[in-house]
Design a protein around this ligand. Structure first.
Ligand SMILES: Cc1cc2nc3c(=O)[nH]c(=O)nc-3n(C[C@H](O)[C@H](O)[C@H](O)COP(=O)(O)O)c2cc1C
Length: 305
């Protein structure tokens, strides 16, 4: 038996998004899970993070919101409208986020819940994120509806890949906090499909709720692949030496941290760590190319081309 919290953000109780949420709750209860629904619009949840969230300040002269969250959680002085939500997060084994996509993102009321409830301190902080995040013993599932159609999303789709579009939520929030993040459910083209298609979508959705335990997970970085200053551990240097053509796309930049050189890929902005020797080789290569270009130019000049 799981404890399931559904955080629901839709302003219309008769909407299809709300129907997905009620179907999820019904199906999960049928399976014997305990389900609590937080309906943000029905509650009139205040989404604005501000100094009013702290009745006693660590620093009354200057607001650093995350530091005050830590202080307020520790001293029990969080605003009364935040506290029950924090307790619900702590209680849950699985949190389902149910919402329509607004502007490639979540409705503002849900974004405000994230800002105010997912506290710095108990849930993340310092080097406690991704697989070291404070919520790593919990699962998260995003259930979202949208106006767009499936062909508009994907590597070649006009809007790019949908999970990438929501990476601020899937990775930047849920993965970052350590959640085991299930692959999202997307209800496409919802305002435009027929009643019959909506019924079919609800049936598919209920089936997916029943199979939640075997749902694939999203992959996120492990902090064990990074050093204590979050530089990637050095296997990327080998990748570079296997791909000599990429040298042309690299702009060199020197950093003295760790006695290592870091190249920044001019096309993608990706950084690649190199040892001193590899860095010298790279420069030799660039020098040879410059000499060859100069020789060609002199030849063209001599031949009056
Ligand atoms: C403010 C706003 C922004 C929206 N942004 C998007 C968007 O970025 N992409 C998209 O496909 N649909 C977008 N939509 C469409 C909604 O996602 C869609 O109408 C909703 O999911 C339908 O579900 P419902 O019938 O339960 O309301 C937007 C709708 C509104 C009102």
């Amino acid at each position: 038996m799981k404890r399931v919290l559904i955080v629901h953000a839709h302003p219309e109780p008769q909407s299809f998004t709300t129907a997905l949420q009620t179907n999820a709750a019904e199906e999960l209860r049928k399976q014997g899970h305990e389900v609590v629904v937080t309906d943000l619009y029905a509650l009139g949840f205040n989404p604005v993070a501000s100094s009013a969230d702290f009745s006693e300040r660590a620093n009354p002269d200057y607001l650093v919101y995350a530091l005050e969250q830590r202080h307020a959680y520790g001293s029990g002085t969080l605003a009364p409208d935040i506290k029950p939500h924090v307790e619900a997060v702590l209680w849950a084994d699985l949190i389902i986020f149910s919402f329509p996509i607004y502007w490639f993102s979540t409705p503002a009321i849900l974004k405000g819940w994230i800002d105010r409830v997912l506290l710095s301190g108990p849930f993340y902080g310092g080097l406690r994120f991704y697989d070291k995040g404070g919520l790593r013993d919990k699962q998260a599932w995003v259930v979202a509806t949208l106006g767009g159609q499936p062909h508009m999303f994907g590597a070649d789709g006009v809007h790019g890949e949908l999970p990438r579009m929501l990476s601020h939520l899937l990775r930047g929030t849920l993965g970052y906090l350590g959640f085991d993040v299930l692959t999202p459910f997307f209800g496409y083209h919802v305002p435009y499909i027929t009643h019959e298609d909506r019924v079919k979508m609800l049936e598919t959705f209920r089936q997916e709720v029943r199979n939640l335990d075997s749902r694939p997970r999203l992959a996120f970085p492990s902090l064990s692949d990074f050093d204590e200053r979050l530089y990637p551990l050095s296997e990327t240097a080998q990748g570079l030496s296997q791909e000599p053509n990429r040298h042309e796309a690299l702009k060199a930049r020197r950093r003295d941290d760790h006695n290592q050189m870091v190249l920044v890929d001019g096309m993608s902005g990706t950084t690649i760590n190199l040892s001193q020797d590899e860095f010298k080789d790279y420069h030799k290569g660039v020098g040879m190319m410059a000499l060859a270009a100069m020789a060609l130019w002199l030849l063209m000049l001599a031949l009056h081309i």
